[in-house]
Design a protein around this ligand. Structure first.
Ligand code: NAD
Length: 422
């Protein structure tokens, strides 16, 4: 008997499950395991009040923490503050985290959390109150051996510090291992902030190398100049790449000759957004995706490349920094056009990989240098990329299908070995 899964219904969940279903068919995956992997093991929905700064107004918001798979060890995944957050979206992101950790060989299952707010409309003190209350609401299901949050869209090191502090206050002693992506001063890892962007560029280098292209010779466009996108652009630029376009939520800027990223950062420091930056032609976020460039990195939000614009992309290689930026239909169009797509579950796995390093360093109370962290990250990213690429060649499939096969395959084997309780 198969029961209908309606709880998680949302476009992103449908994308994650369609990817699983297609891959499961191709792999001949055990049907019982397949069915189990389609829904999360635990999903927590909370609603809670917080005071606005005027102290009189109280608003109630909704938050989630979803744990997809508890088979591999503790669960791991970011916390997202965004108005689009819903149960289906958080579930899809938790599912992708499971594959991501398995592809990288990390001892975690996937999780994700989020609060449905617009962080840009809230003050730092309001965000702090929301974060502390959200942490209190999910405190029983997180912990260094249970489920370890990290930053994602709309959250950062400061939010992680508040989660860590709230958790520690309740336990009565400091528990740095409850989150990763913390500031260095409270047990964060060197290189964590840049890790996802660095991993994105490691994948871009590998994809270029396979095509006989040097990164020095490519032009790069990045949608979303946030934590992931800005570091990817910076690292690529240090390696000699021409960064021709970037954007944020307010829109983007294009300069065929290459943007001056120092000037961009100075502008952002003064104005907080790219709007009005004069170092190139203004473009919209939609236009940015179809600009001429060799490598395109979507690093903002989901569902940006769809059947409506996939035939207009002009890049050779698409490296997915964001989670779920490409729809299933667009994926097929891009593959048909010979555009290489390095999928999110591989391309943006650098973040969780250094989060894993942070967790390990915290457990051992032994901290590594930035060079050690970066070297280990690049080694693991290269190993994962080459493993997935080799599988893709052997099976005659694209990188996304190969990455899914690797991730799902490892998880399925672990489930088979552990068996079913009781
Ligand atoms: P961030 O909040 O630091 O940056 C997001 C960027 O996207 C900002 O420049 C923002 O202005 C822009 N943006 C937001 N909404 C937009 C919209 N509607 N249209 C266009 N641009 C928009 O977030 P981040 O941590 O850099 O995460 C970006 C993406 O990378 C997300 O999809 C996230 O899930 C994924 N990701 C992040 C990490 C990480 O370590 N931070 C790890 C893996 C994946």
């Amino acid at each position: 008997m198969r029961s209908e899964q309606i709880e998680w219904e949302s476009p992103m969940y449908r994308l994650a499950v369609s990817q699983l279903d297609q891959t499961a068919v191709r792999m001949g995956l055990d049907e019982n395991i397949w069915e189990r992997l389609r829904s999360p093991q635990r999903a927590h929905v909370v609603s809670f009040p917080f005071r606005r700064d005027d102290y009189d107004t109280v608003e109630t918001v909704v938050g989630y923490r979803v744990q997809h798979l508890l088979t591999m060890g503790p669960t791991k995944g970011g916390v997202r503050y965004d108005l689009d957050v819903d149960l289906g979206q958080v579930t899809a992101l938790a599912i992708w985290m499971t594959w991501k950790c398995a592809i990288m060989g990390l001892p975690f299952g996937g999780a994700k959390g989020g609060v449905r707010i617009n962080p840009r409309e809230l003050s730092a003190t309001e965000l702090q109150r929301i974060t502390r209350r959200y942490t209190a609401e999910i405190i029983e299901v997180i912990g260094p051996d249970r489920d370890i949050p990290a930053p994602d869209l709309g959250t950062n090191e400061q939010v992680m510090s508040w989660i860590m502090d709230t958790y520690s206050q309740q336990k009565g002693f400091s528990v740095p291992g409850v989150v990763t992506g913390k500031p260095i001063e409270i047990g964060g890892s060197q290189g964590r902030r840049e890790a996802t962007g660095r991993g994105v560029i490691s994948c871009a280098i590998e994809a270029c190398r396979e095509r006989g292209i040097r990164l020095e010779d490519v032009s790069l466009a990045v949608q979303g100049y946030g934590q992931v996108g800005s570091t990817a652009a910076r690292i690529a630029s240090h390696l000699g790449t021409r960064v021709v376009a970037i954007s944020d939520v307010s829109g983007g800027v294009f300069n065929e000759k290459g943007l001056d990223l120092d000037a961009v950062d100075t502008w952002l420091g003064l104005h907080g957004s790219l709007a009005g930056f004069g170092g190139g032609d203004a473009v919209t976020n939609t236009e940015l995706l179809t600009l001429p460039c060799d490598v395109l990195v979507p690093a903002a939000i989901q569902n940006q490349i769809t059947e409506d614009n996939a035939d207009q992309l002009r890049c050779q290689i698409l490296v997915e920094g964001a989670n779920g930026p490409t729809s299933l239909e667009a994926d097929a169009i891009l593959t048909g056009r010979g555009i290489a797509v390095v999928p999110d579950i591989l391309a943006n796995a650098g973040g969780v990989t250094v989060s894993y390093f942070e967790w390990v360093q915290g457990l051992q109370k032994l901290f590594w240098t930035e060079e050690e962290v970066n070297d280990r990250l690049i080694t693991l990213m290269q190993r994962a990329y080459r493993d997935v690429s080799e599988l893709a060649r052997r099976e005659g499939v694209g990188l996304r299908t190969a990455a899914l096969m690797r991730g799902i395959g490892r998880v399925a084997e672990a489930k088979r070995r552990r068996g079913i309780f009781p």
